[in-house]
Design a protein around this ligand. Structure first.
Ligand code: MEV
Length: 438
């Protein structure tokens, strides 16, 4: 067996056989198999539930699970779980959250939770005919949807609107049905897709019954929710008097510091190269909370970046301003999150994260996630306009290198002292250890 051989029937192997098969691809297959096994949960039931979340699972891939304490959102204090492997993100979000907590915290100023989905289809018949029949078709589709939506309606959600949109200007014969839905505390992907697939089937049925004699004039292309959720956004803000920036302004006078902060945010509004990195700093916080609460961070990433380019140019999602001696920061971001359904109930730590947050509603969670995003963003910009980000990274960077090199406690202490005022790099640390060991 070489790495170039096609393997057939892999999914049919037992979990142990899969592990064994994959371990044989590694230099030390015994060690590889042992490692894959060591990272599995001990409890049989938990382990099998966890592994069944995905397919072809042979182990679990661990990510550090930390807490950003004291995130104040609308006057309520949250100690927020974050799952992220990147060093400094949790520390930076924590410092920033604490800073803003002492200045009133974050305020959610706007919130909407509408989800969208589409059925795309081609209509080869007379365009006027489909417009004429639209009212009747709409009633037919909505009536059929009632059996799927009754539970959601009972919980306060359901269908908000259904529209027929003519897309023939961009693609010949193409139309789409646009469904707007309120999904309350669930992210709603399954619910929206079930509604859409039912509509696709009903669409076909409606025109077949309608026009049984003619050749087929309708072709459904696909039915799928949209991860672009410009109507499912949250806006969070924080503000303080410029004077109160003193503890974090470093050597800069507060006015200069505030001005540099605003300039950094302005650059990210105007220059896409900078905007991408600026938004990455927001998503550091956002994704970590989404991961920890079992939410779909890929959906959030895709939506956030599309939203950042909504006027045709990619821009920063957050802004900073100074008015009448007050500095204000603000973030608006699309966030389709759930606190019920999906893996929020299945992943043991996701469930616990929600408990730590006091079992929030989806809207409350949107506010928390966005606040951690803004806290992370502010921490990054603050470092960039004062000390630079490397200083903060160095301690953890050094610790990671020392772990990689398996040093003992004595060597660690000597290295920490030596590198407290020197540049850290893998080679520099290796060289230093070589010197002290010989
Ligand atoms: C690093 O993960 C994130 C930053 O690059 C964000 C930024 O530059 O604003 C520090």
């Amino acid at each position: 067996m070489t790495t170039n051989d096609i393997v057939r029937g892999f999914s049919k192997l037992t979990e142990e056989e899969k592990r064994n098969f994959i371990a044989r691809l590694c230099n030390d297959s015994l060690q590889a198999e042992d490692r894959l096994e060591r990272f599995l949960m001990e409890d049989e039931t938990e382990r099998s539930h966890f592994l069944e979340l995905s397919e072809n699972t042979i182990s679990s891939f661990h990510t550090p699970y930390g807490i950003a304490p004291n995130v104040v959102v609308n006057g309520k204090v949250y100690h927020v779980p974050m799952a992220i492997e990147e060093s400094s993100v949790v520390a930076a979000a924590s410092h920033s959250a604490r800073f803003w907590a002492e200045r009133g915290g974050f305020r959610v100023t706007e919130l909407s939770t509408v989800k969208l989905g589409h059925v795309y289809f081609r209509w080869f018949g007379d365009p006027a005919y489909i417009r004429e029949r639209w009212h009747q078709l709409k009633l037919f589709l909505l009536e059929r949807l009632k059996k799927i939506t009754s539970n959601m309606v009972r919980r306060g959600g359901g269908i908000l609107s259904l529209e027929l949109l003519d897309e023939t200007i961009s693609i010949v014969h193409l139309y789409k049905l646009e469904l707007k839905v309120e999904t309350i505390n669930s992210m709603g992907a399954n619910f929206v897709n079930t509604c859409l697939e039912d509509m696709a089937e009903a669409l076909d049925l409606f025109f077949t019954v309608d026009d049984i004699t003619s050749e087929k004039k309708l072709q459904v292309a696909m039915a799928i929710l949209s991860n672009y959720t410009p109507e499912c956004t949250v806006t969070v803000e924080a503000s303080c008097e410029i004077e109160h920036l003193k503890p974090i302004a470093g050597r800069l006078p507060v006015e200069v510091f505030a001005d540099k902060l605003c300039l950094a945010y302005q650059i990210a509004q105007n220059d896409p190269s900078r905007a991408v990195t600026h938004n990455k700093g927001i998503m550091n916080g956002v994704d970590a909370v989404l991961m920890a609460t079992g939410n779909d961070y890929r959906a959030a990433e895709a939506a956030a970046h599309a939203y950042a380019a909504r006027d045709g140019q990619y821009r920063a999602l957050s802004v900073c301003s100074v008015n009448n001696g007050m500095l204000a920061i603000k973030l608006t971001i699309p966030l389709a999150v759930g606190t019920v359904g999906g893996i929020t109930n299945l992943h043991p730590l996701a469930r616990l994260s929600l408990e730590i947050l006091g079992n929030p509603t989806a809207k409350e969670l949107m506010g928390i996630v966005a606040s951690v995003g803004l806290a992370s963003n502010f921490a990054a910009i603050r470092s960039l306009v004062t000390t630079g980000i490397q200083k903060g990274h160095m301690r953890l960077h050094l610790s990671n290198i020392l772990n990689m090199l398996n040093v003992n406690n004595g060597q660690r202490e000597e290295a920490e002292l030596y590198f407290s005022n020197r540049k850290v790099s893998f080679n520099a640390v290796k060289h230093f250890l070589h010197e002290i060991n010989h």
